[in-house]
Design a protein around this ligand. Sequence first.
Ligand code: ATP
Length: 215
Amino acid sequence: MTDHQERPLAILGGTFDPVHLGHLRVAWEAAELLGADVHLVPANVPPHRPQPVASAEQRVAILRAALQGQDRLVLDQRELRRQGPSYSVDTLIELRNEVGPSRAVVLLVGADAFSGLPSWHRWRDLFDLAHIGVLSRAGHAITESPELAAQTRGRRNRGLSAVLKTAAGAVIDIQVSALEISATHIRDELAAGRQPRYLVPSSLLADPLLLAPYC
Ligand code: ATP
């Protein structure tokens, strides 16, 4: 894995309305643990769903400002370019076509989201396209329904370096720092006229226009 092209590629999806230090810290810890580049993939929210407060363009501008000064976490706008709901399976198919059949791709999901995986569109196909990196807090058990457990059985048995030499199919438990930060709380703070200092990168506060959609 000396070639930059062959580093694992991880993706973290979300609304990022707005991105905050909770997102950035888990993405960074995953990048370090996996030796990966991590793509932050803002979701396109179709018209019939509750809309984010900020537009796609505004969320992108905030992400750009947040990612300044480093190159391991990368903004990836592919879901915003697609119409309709942002299904992870479609994102991974697109990514797999770009990176080829052998590069390790890791879909990062929070432990809660992972427990709900069987409700995702074509969820079993995800395991053919990527490894699933489950972001969990130390000491918190990951709950799996019988259906999910049947799918993950035998997928946790190998060491990390062996797993990352393969393209897809493993479940990787990634222990991350639990920062009690949510975008909802940040939006509430801004709506109440308070500054979310130390919850978002300071670069977001340097430009008053960036967080204006929430004020
Ligand atoms: P909201 O409060 O609007 O629901 P959010 O802060 O949960 O938003 P999302 O954009 O929904 O942010 O999250 C994207 C991804 O980041 C999800 O996988 C989510 O589990 C994860 N995530 C969100 N906040 C944190 C946090 N504080 N620590 C670790 N992971 C987080």
